[in-house]
Design a protein around this ligand. Structure first.
Ligand code: HEC
Length: 141
């Protein structure tokens, strides 16, 4: 081998080694990112507000999708007569995590009807407030 060939091979070898080293460390980084960090804190829950259920329904923005009379719009279904389907606990659970209900027939239908709209999860709200919202909604007939 000439000197040039030796140098070229040496450089190539270094590049290959660096390439694999970089890949190896990249993987490590990804693992670290996915590990729950020690000082992980869940999103803070809002303080209970002391408002009535009706006021909360307004301030949480439910009207913007469900309509100012909660009878439904082309964005979201009406919320009248929910007592046929929900008790208080179930409704609170729904508001906190609507996704966990999506396999039920009614929701399969909703998904088709309100294609691009997603019912937001209100899991950052105080449960007492969600209880008031539930009480208010369950009264609507
Ligand atoms: C961004 C629009 C949007 C907002 C804001 C919104 N919703 Fe909804 N909601 C929906 C949609 C769309 C559905 C139908 C289910 C689905 O497709 O996710 C739904 C479904 C529901 C249901 C289930 C109805 C049933 O017949 O089972 C309840 C209860 C409900 N919403 C209550 C509320 C309350 C209470 C608020 C306010 C705290 C609220 N929603 C805010 C869009 C919205």
């Amino acid at each position: 081998m000439t000197k040039t060939q030796i140098w070229t091979s040496a450089f190539l070898a270094i590049f290959i080694i660096l390439f694999f080293l970089q890949r190896a460390t990249m993987k490590e980084d990804t693992v670290v990112v996915n590990e729950p960090s020690e000082n992980y804190e869940p999103a803070p829950t809002q303080q209970a507000t002391g408002s009535t259920g009706a006021e909360l329904v307004q301030s949480f923005g439910c009207y913007s999708c469900h309509g100012s009379d909660l009878k439904g719009t082309n964005l979201a279904p009406g919320l009248i007569g929910l007592a046929d389907y929900y008790d208080r606990d179930k409704l609170i659970n729904y508001l906190r995590n609507p996704n966990s209900f999506m396999d039920q027939d009614r929701f399969v239908e909703f998904k088709q009807k309100y294609r691009n709209i997603v019912m937001p999860a209100y899991n950052n709200k105080d449960v007492k407030d969600l209880g008031k919202v539930a009480d208010y909604l369950l009264e609507l007939k």
